[in-house]
Design a binder for this molecule. Structure first.
Ligand SMILES: *[C@@H]1O[C@H](CO)[C@@H](O)[C@H](O)[C@H]1NC(C)=O
Ligand SMILES: *[C@@H]1O[C@H](CO)[C@@H](O)[C@H](O)[C@H]1NC(C)=O
Length: 423
């Protein structure tokens, strides 16, 4: 395996290991996700993005009367960089990820972090990857209006307030209202005249992209070219290695606690229990807007939280494998290959969609579109000699068919495989 190293990635690994240890202790899904997002933020600040690319946070002050609040009651918001030249009437939106909270306890904790409160968010962030304004790093979208939507509701922008204030705890579950308020404000400052638009998001933000893709399409002008890009947002409904439906229970809790059902596709909730419709596999065929999926075949978040959650008892033998795919023994690799096969099988119908695009690389990573190193650089992961940025551009502009599926691990030497054991 090629092991590209750069300073940022090393820092990421170092910090993440400590947090992984905390995660292993018990709070795995919540803490791990927070550490992933916060440290990858630092990681991106170490990238080669020009230093003048710091983009300020804009709170949604105008939406205050709509009660669009983060979990703790603070104002949500976004970062916007204006487009220029021929990109002035084109918009790329990127929804931040960061897992979900599924209980009063985990949402109360999240309230004290930037994933639940803008009081803890950075005043400015660097834009890279799909948000980069450097044409060598972002060949097709560099001059577009670029927006990073901050995630602070804990429910993939899908919660409804009628489920609030349980057991005397003050928590705002207003993901859906936040979504509407952000889009409303962007419409008022130019999005309503967009000629081209791309809604994207990573992880829980990728799931939000899937959930809101068609309503985004509907509010934009009929003659605009509107598409959606989902990065590591295709969470599989699979049992864990011990045979328990861990992620299904977790999603059930999120959907019930935050009242998510009303935001989910009606053609799904009419035939299944609402929480099942939080799984993309149950509603992807109901999405009418063209979609592109960037999904690693060995998504480390899914391996660490869906397939092998926790680390005690019979799962002890998995600890090293969960930290570094190169440490997996042959039996464990078989389990991982089965997991990838489930993904490919589940995506079989989507593969037939003539307007769809996909990039399913055999890497041990999670989000790949918002970091220049994995989006588009000389050493980025490739399939069929294309970077993710090239494949997404081919699909968006109808230049080429863009359905790329990698050969199984460990065949692709261009992967960034995360190694959480490296210090
Ligand atoms: C509220 O408290 C009751 C009794 O302690 C408990 O059974 C229930 O699960 C709690 N509800 C939530 C949403 O945490
Ligand atoms: C791969 O793509 C690069 C850049 O587009 C090109 O220069 C190179 O010739 C391609 N290599 C192969 C083997 O097709």
């Amino acid at each position: 395996m090629a092991n590209h190293r750069f300073q940022g990635l090393k820092l990421w690994r170092k910090l993440t290991r400590r947090d992984w240890t905390i995660a292993a202790a018990s709070l795995s899904i919540l803490i791990f996700t927070i550490s992933f997002i916060s440290h990858s933020q630092r990681y991106s600040t170490n990238s080669t993005t020009p230093a003048n690319n710091w983009i300020p946070f804009t709170p949604l002050t105008k939406a205050q009367h709509k009660s669009a609040f983060c979990l703790d009651g603070s104002l949500p918001g976004y970062h916007l960089q204006k487009g220029f030249g021929s990109g002035s009437d084109k918009w790329v939106l990127h929804i931040e990820g960061g897992g979900w909270c599924n209980s009063i306890e985990s949402c109360s904790f999240r309230q004290t972090t930037k994933l639940g409160s803008s009081r803890f968010m950075e005043h400015e962030v660097q834009f890279s990857g799909i948000l980069s304004s450097d044409s060598s790093q972002n060949p097709d979208f560099f001059d577009w209006n670029k927006v990073k939507i901050r995630y602070c509701d804990g429910g993939s922008f899908s919660g409804h307030s009628d489920s609030e204030f349980k057991n005397g705890t003050k928590l705002f579950f207003r993901g859906q209202v936040i979504w509407e308020a952000v889009i409303g404000e962007l419409l008022s400052i130019g999005l309503s005249n967009a000629k081209k638009a791309l809604l994207s998001g990573c992880s829980a933000g990728g799931l939000a992209t899937l959930i809101h893709c068609d309503d985004f399409r509907e509010i934009l002008p009929k003659d605009a070219n509107v598409k959606c890009l989902v990065d590591a947002g295709f969470f599989l409904n699979e049992k864990d290695v011990a045979g328990s439906p861990t992620i299904e229970r977790f999603y059930q809790d999120v959907v019930n606690l935050q009242g998510v059902a009303n935001s989910l596709k009606k053609d799904c909730t009419s035939r299944l229990e609402p929480y099942k419709c939080f799984f993309p596999q149950e509603f992807i065929s109901n999405i009418k807007t063209p979609l592109f999926l960037v999904q690693p075949g060995y998504d480390f978040w899914q391996i660490q939280n869906i397939l092998v959650p926790g680390s005690s008892g019979p799962l002890r033998s998995w600890v090293r494998c969960k930290l570094n795919i190169n440490s997996c023994n042959s039996k464990q690799l078989e389990v991982l290959q089965d997991f990838r096969n489930s993904l490919l099988k589940t995506l079989g119908g989507f593969h037939q969609n003539p307007e769809g695009g996909m990039f399913i690389n055999s890497c041990f990573i999670h989000c790949q579109t918002w970091m220049t190193e994995t989006w588009h650089s000389p050493r980025s992961p490739k399939i069929d000699n294309k970077t993710i940025a090239e494949a997404v551009g081919d699909w968006y502009f109808n230049r080429n068919e863009a359905k790329h599926i990698d050969c199984p691990f460990p065949c692709n030497p261009t992967c960034y495989n995360m190694d959480f054991t490296q210090i």
